[in-house]
Design a protein around this ligand. Sequence first.
Ligand SMILES: Cc1cc2nc3c(=O)[nH]c(=O)nc-3n(C[C@H](O)[C@H](O)[C@H](O)COP(=O)(O)OP(=O)(O)OC[C@H]3O[C@@H](n4cnc5c(N)ncnc54)[C@H](O)[C@@H]3O)c2cc1C
Length: 478
Amino acid sequence: MPSFRSATLQLKRRLGARVVFTGEAALFAASFDSSKISFLPAAVIKPRKEADIGVALQLAHKYRVPVTVRGRGTTLMGSAAPVHGGWVIDMLALNRIQIDTEAGMATVQAGAKVADIQRAAEAQGWFYPPDPSSKEYCTIGGNIACNAGGMHGGKYGVTRDFIIALRGFMASGDYVEWGTATKKFSAGFNLRDLWIGSEGMLGIVTGAVLKLIPQPAARWTLLTSYRNEAAALRAALALFRQRVQPAICEFLDRESVRCAERATKTTVFPGQAGRPVILLEFTGSAAEVRETKAVVLAWAKKNAAGHRVARSRAEAETLWAVRRKCSGAMFELGDAKLNEDIVVPMRNYLNFIKFLSGLKRRSGLPIPTFGHLADGNLHVNIMYHRANRQESHAAEVAVNELMRTVVKLGGAISGEHGIGLAKTPFLRVQHRAAQVKAMRAVKDALDPRGILNPGKMFEPVRIWKYPKLAVHLPWDHK
Ligand SMILES: Cc1cc2nc3c(=O)[nH]c(=O)nc-3n(C[C@H](O)[C@H](O)[C@H](O)COP(=O)(O)OP(=O)(O)OC[C@H]3O[C@@H](n4cnc5c(N)ncnc54)[C@H](O)[C@@H]3O)c2cc1C
């Protein structure tokens, strides 16, 4: 890996030793994200003000130094790992949050933690719905860069649906603003939306104006269980046909339920052991929720094997906590996981679940699956043991089959995590050559020297072949 010594010396001179770090510990900490694949950078920049980023990028552009920006490093896709070394910009110190109570907007810096934004909005009676399970750790900049979703996606949408304006820096170091804090903006090309989901490859976001909506006055939570996975999906489709829109509609297959139960030492649904479940939440005015309750209870009686209403917010929270633990809980089934956040169109739910049970059988691997039924974003977790060559090979075959099938069914290889490194072998399964060519042309136009997060998206990398660090991250289950 090139050392970029003279550029780094100039960077230190310009920004100072309280902003630029080259010590071993700082470099190691910035060398990996949640994928735990490590590539050492030459320096870590911890900007104290947004303008520091402009200075760093001007130098990086001049000396062709790769720059990888990172929020909290919770991405599972390897997208924040500095594959080509160079400089890492750590955004965590830029974390201001300001709520505009009249306009219903939040003006935030990119390093602000998503849960802090939600709490600040809630304190003023406003609601910021996108809620990745990692929200107590991840930053809004990371959410914008990955177009993060979460359990609220079906009713409220994803990060993209809540971005009013963005500001930040181009690869050249030039400062730009895409939109302003107004609800309407129709002046020129929409580069704001091009930055959303661009994984730090088209520009660096330093701040955003977010749309807020009024806090719903009432919430109602219901847990339902089913004979098998197909019955659960059929029931969900029957609910949607009645034009009922749950704020959250989370499906856990049998394997996921078992893992969550063992990890939390609680029974998800007493009396319904070993059954897949759907956890539902309905929000709205008190009158709306009352009306919905009647319809939903009738639906549950007809379609579910069992149902249980949460009697209090605390009880509902316990159920959600079990769901949030799901992903980490799976490591009892293997020490490695191919965590795929695919999307399946509703019309193909039943075809997909049939395919999945065949895939489990053919691969011989546990593949616990859970996810957001109101938007088709399912988390398919292919579990295996890294040291077991047969299992590793079976996992690789299974993930290939999964991706090809999802696209054939009209779905997407990623609904919220993005491409990063992990999904690079499948970019061309999703996109035709002309589409990839157009994306590359955009990249070349906005980052002509290819310094922003190089090595991602376009070059296929089989991430599962890389050695993983044995480090424990705060959001890891064990
Ligand atoms: C336990 C767990 C649960 C998760 N649950 C969900 C979930 O429910 N939904 C979901 O969508 N994701 C989920 N994720 C994935 C992850 O949390 C999200 O992708 C999140 O958006 C990453 O935010 P971050 O601040 O950690 O960004 P990082 O991981 O640091 O970076 C992610 C990408 O964003 C880029 N980036 C970061 N900041 C900026 C910036 N300011 N400007 C430009 N680019 C930037 C980076 O270069 C990188 O490409 C989960 C992860 C874990 C570990």
